[in-house]
Design a protein around this ligand. Structure first.
Ligand code: NAI
Ligand code: MG
Length: 369
């Protein structure tokens, strides 16, 4: 059996608390012989700053590059508000994304039936929702040059941001979206604003050509980004995989994630290029939420986003879809039993701690395997 190197970066705040639950599950899966994880632990964010005076050490960066997958919980907190800008906790996260060249950000929005009433939308609109937003992460207007503020000298200033996309950048993100769709419900919705943006014209052209050339079996549709924003809150279940640029993806993925309730439930994955010889992709898995300093140390954080991030690693780095499905089903069953952490509590449910939630999911997993 292949041994997979997993680098675990608990980070700050509730990070170590939610990561401990993932470590329990990873240890169980290894012990039961489903997968062989070699788990290494590193420091990132404020906790790295406290030890190394930097947001991530060169040593941990090397381990991240060598790992089959990196799991990160969250970084940041008021304790590090006054550290120099380039050493701030977020710098560790940005360095990982940049050096590992993680160009594809995968943000699922799944509505567990047991939580459908917690959504701000009507139950029938979100019940059974399962979509995936694929956001381009390393290009577009956040990085394009020129990027500056010019003093025009007449009391006016001019701010310039530049949206730049090359064919290869659109192709590689498109390829990820189509490949994902084949494993799901075989539908991709590509989104841009070709009516007003040249980058949108090229995006539409490249995705359409890629579709014809390599993925004619997948259903492709195009929706302008503003219209898609409306559809996301009106009829979100029409979507399977949505692929879009960095800026639109940033906004649309935040909108989509809130269709389903708490931040404590939402995982993400960031993927890089495939290694030409091994076929493996560099990958970082992390919850969408931050370090939640307001509840850190209390043992009440919801570990589900972090545990689902491990599920995404099983699926996208290790090709273990069956095991990932079992993990997802275990989470769903725990919720069906009415077990909740405080952030998702309500009605006739039982409020449990972070570690009790981890244990409950592990128990379900033992039954399922
Ligand atoms: P946050 O996501 O940490 O917290 C927002 C709210 O959601 C808080 O009330 C928190 O208690 C709650 N929450 C978040 N995750 C939860 C969980 N697993 N279980 C239960 N409740 C949960 O965002 P906030 O407060 O804006 O930022 C706090 C710190 O985290 C800051 O230092 C920020 O820079 C950092 N941050 C880090 C991110 C990362 O590491 N990727 C992302 C977002 C923020
Ligand atoms: Mg955002």
């Amino acid at each position: 059996m292949t041994t997979y190197k997993l680098l675990v970066l608990p980070g700050d705040g509730i990070g170590p608390e939610v990561m401990a639950e993932v470590e329990k599950i990873a240890a169980f899966l290894t012990y039961e012989g489903f997968v062989k994880f070699e788990v290494e632990k590193g420091l990132v964010g404020g906790s790295a700053y406290d030890v190394h005076r930097c947001a991530i050490s060169e040593d941990d960066m090397e381990r991240a590059q060598a790992a089959d997958a990196v799991l990160l919980a969250a970084v940041g907190g008021p304790k590090w508000d006054n550290v120099p800008y380039e050493l701030r906790p977020e710098a560790g996260l940005l360095r990982l994304r940049k050096d590992m060249q993680l160009f594809a950000n995968l943000r699922p929005a799944i509505c567990y039936p047991a939580l459908a009433d917690a959504s701000s939308l009507k139950r029938e609109v979100v019940d059974g929702l399962d979509l995936m937003i694929v956001r381009e992460l390393t290009g577009g207007v956040y990085f394009g040059e020129p990027k500056q503020i010019i003093d025009l000298g007449n009391g006016q200033k001019r701010a310039i941001d530049t949206q730049v996309y090359d064919t290869y950048e659109i192709e590689r993100i498109g390829r990820i979206a189509f490949e994902l769709a084949r494993k799901r419900r075989n539908k991709v919705t590509s989104s841009e604003k070709r009516n007003v943006m040249k980058s949108g014209v090229l995006w539409h052209e490249v995705i359409s050509a890629l579709h014809v050339r390599e993925f004619p079996d997948v259903q492709l549709e195009h929706q302008l980004a503003d219209a898609l924003g409306m559809q996301l809150v009106r009829r979100p279940k029409q979507f399977d995989v949505i692929v879009t640029d960095n800026l639109f993806g940033d906004m649309l993925s935040d909108v989509a994630s809130m269709l389903t309730g708490s931040l404590g439930m939402l995982p993400s994955a960031s993927l890089g290029e495939r290694n030409a010889t091994t076929g493996a992709r560099k990958a970082l898995y992390e919850p969408v939420h931050g370090s939640a300093p307001d509840i850190a140390g209390k043992g009440i954080a919801n570990p589900i986003a972090m545990i689902s991030s491990l599920g995404m690693a099983l699926r996208y780095s290790f090709n273990m879809d069956d095991l990932a499905d079992r993990l997802d089903r275990s989470i769903a069953r725990v919720l069906e039993k009415g077990l909740r952490t405080a952030d998702i509590a309500g009605g006739a449910t039982k409020t449990i701690s972070t570690s009790e939630m981890g244990d409950a999911i592990l128990e379900e997993l033992k039954i399922a395997v």
